[in-house]
Design a protein around this ligand. Structure first.
Ligand code: DAH
Length: 358
């Protein structure tokens, strides 16, 4: 009888412990929802699992229970402990990754933010512009959609001349729109600015025309739109000596004081005589290497303005003479850097690994 009484008393104790544990579990689940920081998480752990917690008190009382009850209540305590520990671990990870947490070490070295810089074409355009401005050139801007007349006709190309194809021109109009100006095209070379400049009536002319030139070319040595810079000087008594002086000045400023320049006879419709201009190779100092082959690198074309072109621009060739040159910006920049680029298209592919070197 006494035994049964003790047994039933123990049973009640066991039931109330289970209820207590259920309540702790419920409270913990509710309470963890409002935990937002590592500090709050610490308090949460103290409240539910520390030595003085209700939970630890139950653990301590396990030894007073019968074997069966100890098993049942013990299992429940293990379950709860495991659940709380898992939630704490998960929440700790979330808090740390979502915020800087409470443990920011302000003395730790920071992450360096990479600084960008101007694209190498922009750098080259600015440098070229400054070099020519120092000797009296002024910079102009002419249309990117141009008449056939300014790009070809006025530059002494007969109407059936293959240059329109040679220059890989993009045509906007299929048929001629005007008997003199003909079709509209995308300006394939900056020489199109020559007669436009003459038509302004400015004299003397010291034009620097830097612009985009779209052409139907895309391969390892061509991009669809490249940049050119065009110089045009017109005044009384301008001779090849002036052209040579300007070339020499540019080469020394842009490529370096040790570099030499040479002119080779060539042919263009809008200059007479015409030349190709070379600069001595910076890598081998003119001896010949992989970069240059025979010690020289080609800068581009130049020449004395053809009298017909002057006439087309309303300038009397008996009174005035001049010279012109038109070169590729990217090409000259690459030559300045002295690098061997296998595929020029990399310049515009926005590959930071390439661009950050300049
Ligand atoms: N416009 C020519 C081209 O795109 C280059 C050129 C050659 C420009 C001779 C000139 C020149 O001013 O005199 O290939």
């Amino acid at each position: 009888m006494y035994c049964a009484l003790i047994q039933s008393k123990n049973k009640m104790k066991n039931n109330s412990l289970i209820q207590q544990l259920n309540k702790i579990e419920e409270d913990a689940a509710k309470s963890i929802e409002s935990v937002n920081s590592l500090e709050e998480l610490k308090q949460f752990k103290v409240k539910f699992l520390a030595r003085k917690s209700e939970f630890t008190a139950i653990l301590r009382s396990l030894k007073d229970l019968s074997k069966d009850d100890r098993k049942e209540v013990g299992q429940k305590t293990n379950e709860i402990k495991q659940k709380i520990n898992e939630s704490v671990k998960l929440l700790e990870k979330n808090i740390k990754s979502n915020s800087l947490g409470d443990e920011i070490d302000i003395t730790a070295p920071g992450v360096k933010i990479e600084e960008g810089h101007l694209h190498l074409t922009t750098q080259a355009i600015r440098e070229i512009k400054r070099i020519f401005e120092r000797i009296g050139f002024y910079t102009v801007k002419y249309p990117e959609v141009e008449w056939d007349w300014y790009a070809f006709g006025a530059l002494n190309f007969p109407s059936d001349h293959p240059a329109r194809d040679e220059w890989e021109t993009f045509f906007i109009d299929k048929e001629d729109v005007d008997p003199k100006y003909k079709k509209r095209i995308l300006t394939p070379h900056t020489s199109a600015g020559q007669v436009r400049e003459m038509e302004t009536g400015r004299m003397p002319i010291r034009m620097m025309n830097i612009s985009k030139c779209p052409r139907r070319q895309l391969d390892v040595s061509h991009v669809l739109i490249h940049y050119q810079f065009e110089g045009l000087v017109i005044d009384k008594d301008i001779t090849i000596v002036h052209l040579k002086g300007v070339l020499d000045y540019f080469v020394k400023e842009f490529f370096g004081p040790k570099r030499k320049v040479r002119i080779r006879p060539y042919h263009f419709r809008f200059t007479e005589p015409s030349f190709e201009i070379d600069v001595s190779c910076g890598s081998c100092n003119g001896k010949g290497c992989r970069l240059c082959k025979e010690g020289w690198l080609e800068i581009g074309g130049a020449g004395m303005v053809h009298p017909k072109v002057l006439e087309n621009g309303g300038i009397d060739p008996e009174v005035y003479s001049g010279f012109a040159f038109g070169w590729g910006v990217e090409r000259n920049k690459i030559m300045q850097e002295g690098i061997n680029i296998k595929d020029i298209r990399i310049i515009y592919q926005n590959d930071i690994r390439f661009l950050k070197q300049f």
